[in-house]
Ligand binder design. Structure first.
Ligand code: NAD
Ligand code: AKB
Length: 326
């Protein structure tokens, strides 16, 4: 990989992926794009070239690709699960229409594509623990529908047209650089900011719903390692199950209390997001990713909590107004 273009670069994953890509390839080799301008201080804008791009607009996409000449496009633009349930027609248009435009551009211009799927590609009929790599996929959310169809679309473009399309099924991602974008697993980020700022958090999922999770440095490494993998070793290419830890809100709260003993956790369950969470797997079997391209997570629950609390505390302290000298 020499030159990359990232869609949805202002989002939770894009912000950190752009930073990692620029560190490896050089600032100008990575074009960050998004539907919205996140402001001059955002790392995607401050650290190198940034252009507006709506992935549902194939003409502007073609223009950006011709301008930048990427050999890999990381396609992250999407609407997440909770937003997708509130705006299902938009989720279909952006998630599937946008992906189709990227794959068509890849077919014409010859670049490789990384597209994340999600644990949301599974539904209540899927074996939840462990969830095999190849199994029943009948999701009950529009987000999940777009993720299953997207996985199949990527496979189709690879089989029919030889597009080098690859991807993983991410679990819920925990990070501190950019806020999450409206998903069911957002609680696992919000909890850290609330713990540091207010010493308490009210979770919108019940205490005992267990989901796959991953810390962002692992998620970024998964994307980069998969795109670097020898294609001859890949039997699946798209939609690799990957995971790092399985966590309930109660377990996360306890892990935070080990460092912040006064932290208090309450619950106000949101029935929409609770139903989504209950329809998702409890633990993905990621052995195909381990065997085919050497996937190995580095952060478990305690390493994640330790680093998140350190980073969020630093960020909160930095944002506090300095005391005026008397
Ligand atoms: P996010 O919501 O934080 O960011 C998405 C970005 O896409 C936003 O900056 C938004 O402005 C942009 N966007 C929306 N519509 C667009 C359009 N029409 N054209 C261009 N940009 C548009 O999402 P994220 O968490 O960074 O997720 C990125 C990808 O990873 C998505 O495909 C998502 O489904 C997948 N994923 C994320 C998680 C997670 O926990 N964050 C887990 C599994 C899969
Ligand atoms: C969401 O909750 O929608 C995302 C995901 C797991 O895909 N974080």
């Amino acid at each position: 990989m020499k030159r990359a273009l990232v869609t949805g670069a202002a989002g939770q994953i894009g912000t950190e992926l752009v930073m990692a890509l620029r560190e490896g390839l050089g600032d100008t080799a990575v074009l960050a794009t998004d539907l919205r301008d996140p402001g001059a201080e955002h790392p995607a804008v401050a650290g190198g070239p940034f252009r507006l791009l709506d992935c549902t607009d194939p003409d502007t996409l073609a223009l950006r690709v011709r301008e930048h000449r990427p050999d890999v496009v990381f396609h992250l633009a999407a609407l997440l699960s909770a937003v997708g349930e509130a705006r299902p027609q938009d989720a279909y248009r952006v998630n599937l229409g946008g992906l189709m435009n990227i794959l068509e551009a890849a077919r014409k211009e010859g670049f490789a594509v990384f597209t994340p799927s999600s644990i949301a590609a599974f539904g209540p009929g899927t074996p939840p623990d462990p969830t095999p790599q190849d199994t029943v996929q009948r999701p009950t959310t529009m987000y999940g529908v777009t993720k299953v169809a997207g996985e199949l679309l990527c496979d189709y473009y690879q089989l029919k047209f030889g597009v080098d399309a690859r991807g993983v099924r991410y679990p819920g991602l925990i990070s501190h650089t950019a806020p999450p974008g409206g998903g069911t697993t957002d609680w696992a980020v919000e909890i850290f900011w609330a713990a540091v700022r207010e010493g308490r958090y009210r979770c919108f999922l019940s205490h005992d719903v267990r989901l796959d999770m991953m810390y962002m440095p692992d998620a970024i490494r998964a994307a980069l390692e998969l795109m670097d993998a020898d294609p001859g070793r890949l039997k699946h290419r798209n939609a690799f199950n990957v995971t790092a830890m399985q966590v309930t809100p109660e377990q996360m709260a306890r892990a935070i209390q080990e460092r912040l003993p006064d932290f208090g956790m309450g619950y106000a369950v949101d029935p929409v997001r609770q139903a989504i969470a209950e329809s998702w797997p409890r633990r993905l079997d990621d052995s195909a990713a381990r065997e085919e391209w050497g996937w190995q997570p580095e952060f478990g629950l305690h390493e994640t909590v330790e680093d998140m609390l350190t980073q969020v505390t630093l960020a909160v302290e930095k944002s506090r107004p300095a005391h005026r000298a008397l």
